[in-house]
Design a protein around this ligand. Structure first.
Ligand code: PLP
Length: 387
């Protein structure tokens, strides 16, 4: 028998991929499935970005690049952050990695070990808790509540800090809830952190381009007082519909740059070169496609929130950002998992149980509205019939 390492048993997964596989299998068997399960834009990558990737291949960019990313890419990131958040970022503090996920893995490996505590949003992106457990650190959930619009409370976060706390993970706009945390709450968090200078913060801002109803993104980069312990994660997957290209980055504190670069060298050497050229074109080129996509998401968001609120036993908060609706389904009498399974099997609609995002997700379902308005309406109609 193979002797696998003990910590492997603590590594979790992302159920969206399991549901995606099951929905795919059902579709292959001839079932008509509407997929509101997976969190990826249903748009193509804008053409000028695709062309830049192809051109890079034709031009012979076939070798390794620097482990932290091409200088032009890191400069394009710094310029983009200046444009969008009005902040100065040293391109040498930017490290490009294959997607959003490697940054969270590396950040947690950098701070997590037995005896350490790491805070993370719950319900939240499931990979946070998974990699915290894998590292041996103790995961400390930050409970996100419907009555607060699923924003975190600075008081609740600060109140859970102990001498063992090494890292706090926050995420706004948030997966799976669509929640957006207001500036006053972030101000309070940053102010409170002054008393805990040893605590690092990873702010997952991968949905920073997707806020609705006139809301504006607040980046943790806008707080110079925590720059020396902030990891700000963002990437191309969601903004430019580039999930399959695998490109993301973080701005790291100066003290962590060498550590993360070594992790990159040990893990993947560098992001594939053509993808980096596509990433440069995305940031430096026209942003019309981003604006159009966000406008389209906003329309769908209004459609899905209204339709969900029309279902018996279902209550859906106004989703402020990202592309997820996170309705409360307690009134249907089903658990999250029962609802996920029955909706897929009986209505042919893929959605994800709230508990896939942590224990505080019980009573909720996550719907991704990265699908056509027509499909969204049909999906909710079918769920209505089931209910
Ligand atoms: N962070 C959050 C909050 C996400 O929802 C996702 C993807 O679903 C990611 C990071 C990871 O993105 P990527 O596909 O670029 O690894």
């Amino acid at each position: 028998e193979l002797q696998f390492a003990e910590n492997l048993s603590r590594l979790g997964t992302e159920s969206a991929f399991t549901v995606l596989a099951k929905a795919g299998k059902m579709a292959a068997e001839g079932r008509d499935i509407i997929n509101l399960g997976i969190g990826q834009p249903d748009f193509r990558t804008p053409e000028h970005i695709v062309e830049a990737g192809i051109k890079a291949l034709r031009d012979g960019h076939h070798g390794y690049t620097p482990a932290n990313g091409l200088p032009e890419l890191r400069e394009a990131v710094a310029a983009d952050l200046h444009r969008r958040h009005g902040v100065e970022v040293n391109p040498d503090h930017v490290v490009a990695v294959p997607g959003g996920k490697p940054t969270m893995f590396f950040a947690v490996l950098m701070f997590g070990e037995p005896g350490a505590e790491i805070m993370y949003p719950n319900p939240g992106f499931p990979i946070y808790e998974s990699v915290i457990r894998y590292s041996g650190a103790t995961p400390v959930p930050i409970e996100l509540k419907e009555e607060n619009g699923f924003a975190f409370s600075a008081e609740a976060v600060l109140g859970q800090i102990t001498p063992k706390t090494r890292l706090i993970i926050i995420n706004s706009p948030a997966n799976p809830t669509g929640g957006v945390t207001q500036k006053e709450e972030i101000d309070k968090l940053v102010a409170g952190l002054a008393d805990h200078p040893q605590v690092a913060v990873m702010s997952d801002e991968i949905y920073s381009n997707m806020l609705y109803g006139g809301r504006e993104h607040v980046s943790l980069l806008q707080y110079p007082e925590i720059r020396d312990r902030l990891i700000m994660l963002d990437g191309w997957s969601k903004t430019y519909a580039m999930t399959g290209w695998r490109l993301g980055y973080a701005v790291w504190p100066e003290a962590a740059v060498d550590h993360v670069t070594r992790l990159c060298i040990n893990d993947h050497s560098c992001v594939n070169a053509a993808t980096q050229f596509a990433g440069i074109a995305a940031l430096n080129g026209p942003q019309d496609a981003v604006r159009e996509m966000v406008a389209e998401f906003d329309e769908r968001r209004q459609v899905i929130v209204e339709a969900l609120n029309g279902l018996p036993g279902v209550r859906c908060a106004d989703a402020a950002g990202a592309f997820y609706a996170f309705p409360n389904i307690e009134g249907t009498g089903m658990t999250s998992r029962e609802a996920q399974d029955r909706i897929l099997e009986e209505a042919g609609v893929a959605a994800i149980a709230g508990t896939s995002f942590g224990k505080f997700g019980e009573g909720y379902l996550r719907f991704s509205y990265a699908n056509s308005t027509e499909n969204i309406r049909e999906a909710i109609r079918r769920i209505g019939e089931l209910l």
